[in-house]
Write a protein that binds this ligand. Structure first.
Ligand SMILES: [Zn+2]
Length: 140
């Protein structure tokens, strides 16, 4: 699947949303160029398995960070092993329901990593052979 900012991944998420950064908006252009060299499969799976069902159940979902190039990840202080580097993790805000309600629901059903922060929720695809963490984060 080729990266194109206007192409729909799912009914409510476009490929362009895979490269966003609330904290480093100036790096989005570089991140998009980088994304063109990556495949979109992991981001697509996260959208289909996670984000679209959350949207259907809890209303508007705003993505504050999804795919990160190595440069963007370093600039935002992300972990060197974060799944954001493969487009298989996203940080979301759910204005109508709030991230706590979404976390409580997903804690029972989501097979991948979940980290609840005070203002956003980090959600990632399951990794083969890795028991996922569901936890409360320590910074926002
Ligand atoms: Zn995250």
């Amino acid at each position: 699947m080729k990266f194109d900012i206007d192409t729909d991944l799912t009914p409510h998420f476009k490929m362009g949303e895979v490269c966003v950064s609330q904290t480093k908006p100036g790096m989005v252009g570089q991140c998009r160029e980088d994304m063109k060299r990556c495949d979109m499969n992991r981001a697509y799976l996260l959208a289909v398995m996670g984000l679209e069902p959350i949207r259907e159940r809890f209303g508007l979902v705003l993505v504050t960070s999804w795919y990160r190039s190595k440069e963007l990840n370093a600039a935002v202080g992300g972990s060197a092993t974060t799944q954001h580097l493969y487009g298989e993790a996203a940080d979301i805000v759910v204005p109508d329901a709030g991230v706590l309600a979404v976390y409580k629901y997903l804690d029972k059903v989501w097979p991948g990593e979940l980290i609840l922060y005070s203002k956003h929720l980090h959600i990632a695809l399951p990794r083969w052979g890795v028991k996922p963490d569901h936890m409360i984060g320590t910074y926002s």
